[in-house]
Every structure is written in C-alpha cells, then in structure tokens.
Design a protein around this ligand. Structure first.
Ligand SMILES: [Cu+2]
Length: 232
C-alpha cells in the first residue's frame, strides 16, 4: 500500500508553495480591503469659498469632470483664492449677504418638475442670468435646465439653463472650463443666518446612465451635491 506524502497531497504543491500561495492571497485581499477603505473615507476637501461677506462664491458646473475616479461624471467645481478645486464643500460667513457666481457649461433638458423653474430663497427672489434679472427660467426653452443649485433646508432653489443645442463651442478640455467656452452665467445672493452645516444639491436628474438619473454623481458628494458650511 502506498503512503500519501502529506507535503505534496494538497493542491499538488509542496508545503513552501502552499505557504507562498496563502501569503499571496492574503496580500491581495489585504490590498483590496485597504483600497476599498481608502475609497470609502475619501472626501472632498473643504473650500473657503467666501472668507468674508465681500467675497463671491465662484462655482462652475461641467458635463464631465475628466479626472479622478469618475472622469465621465457631471460635476461642480469651486474656486478658492482664484484656484479651481474639485470639491462641493464650501464655507461661507454667517449672518451675511453671500454672493454666488456660477458658470454653467453643461447642456440641459426639461425639468421633471417645472415648479423648479422658479427662483426661490435668494435676496429679492431673483437670479441674474447672463446679466438679466429673472424670477423664472423656462425649462422648455432650447437648452432646458442644466443643473439647479438648491439648499433645501434654507429654501434656496436656483435653476441654471443648459447651453443651447445650437452652440458649437461646448467645453471640451479638461476641467476647469475657461469662459471662452459656451456657458451661462448665473448670479444670486443668499442671506446666511446662524452658523450651521446645510446640504446643497442639484435637482435635475443629471446622473446619465444611472437609475432614473439619480445615482452616481447625483448621490455622491463632490459632484452634484455638497455641504454649505456657514461659519461664524
Ligand atoms: Cu445636476
């Protein structure tokens, strides 16, 4: 009767080979866990969007961010000291009139809820669209609505039209988009109250390729939503 050599019976490998295999598997699993953990705790940096009430919060919305983990995703960017940062976590001063200027480079579509054509929660209940003061934007016009800037808990809703389908100079370079590309400029002022942290988001279901447009960039901080940190 033949005696089974235990050192070679399993996987047909000698003991040292099995040890190397197990070590290899552990290293791969460990690396995968570390990568997943690092991904889950990654978070947009906080941008001092307006240090004082006399500063303007400058943002841009783009059709594709072109960098990071999701280069094809639609996104906002924010300016800090004149430099563009891929973040949507913004600090602004409390108890102040804070002015916003948003360059909107993306195309748009009609809204699912045209109620959001109306500007709300801004000083005067208006926005300035390409230099013109308006209270309402027609989402059924050419271009539709690209994105909205909304802070639901403060009652702020600002519709931002998409660029016209007839325009031929859409932003095609890596972000940030330069103002030489087609865009709409939306400006408004909100009055901040006491310090606090408020969620802001887009309400256009612009997450192309995701379930009813609300996944991906619509549900990931740093893209179509973020925090407005109102600080003393
Ligand atoms: Cu959007």
């Amino acid at each position: 009767m033949t005696q089974i050599d235990d050192s070679k019976a399993q996987l047909g490998l000698p003991r040292s080979g099995r040890l190397a295999l197990v070590t290899g598997v552990l290293v791969v699993v460990g690396a995968a866990l570390a990568f997943t953990f690092a991904y889950l705790i990654s978070y947009p940096s906080t941008v001092v969007a307006a240090a004082t009430a006399s500063d303007t919060v400058v943002l841009q919305s783009v059709g594709a961010i072109g960098l990071g983990n999701h280069p094809t995703w639609v996104s906002y960017m924010a300016q800090e000291n004149g430099n563009w940062v891929h973040s949507t976590v913004l600090t602004v001063p409390a108890n102040s009139d804070v002015h916003f200027k948003i360059y909107q480079y993306d195309s748009g579509s009609p809204l699912r809820n045209p109620y959001m054509d109306q500007v709300a929660g801004t000083v005067g209940g208006t926005e300035t669209l390409n230099g013109q003061v308006v209270r309402i934007v027609n989402d059924n016009a050419d271009g539709g609505i690209g994105h909205t800037f909304a802070i639901p808990s403060l009652g702020v809703y600002v519709p931002m039209p998409g660029i016209s389908s007839l325009q031929t100079n859409a932003c095609s370079t890596p972000v940030p988009c330069a103002t030489t590309f087609d865009h709409n400029t939306v400006e408004f002022t909100i009055h901040t109250g006491a310090p606090g942290t408020f969620t802001w988001q887009c309400f256009v279901p612009c997450g192309l390729g995701f379930l009813i447009g609300n996944g991906g960039p619509m549900s990931t901080f740093g893209y179509m939503g973020g925090y407005l940190k109102v600080v003393a």
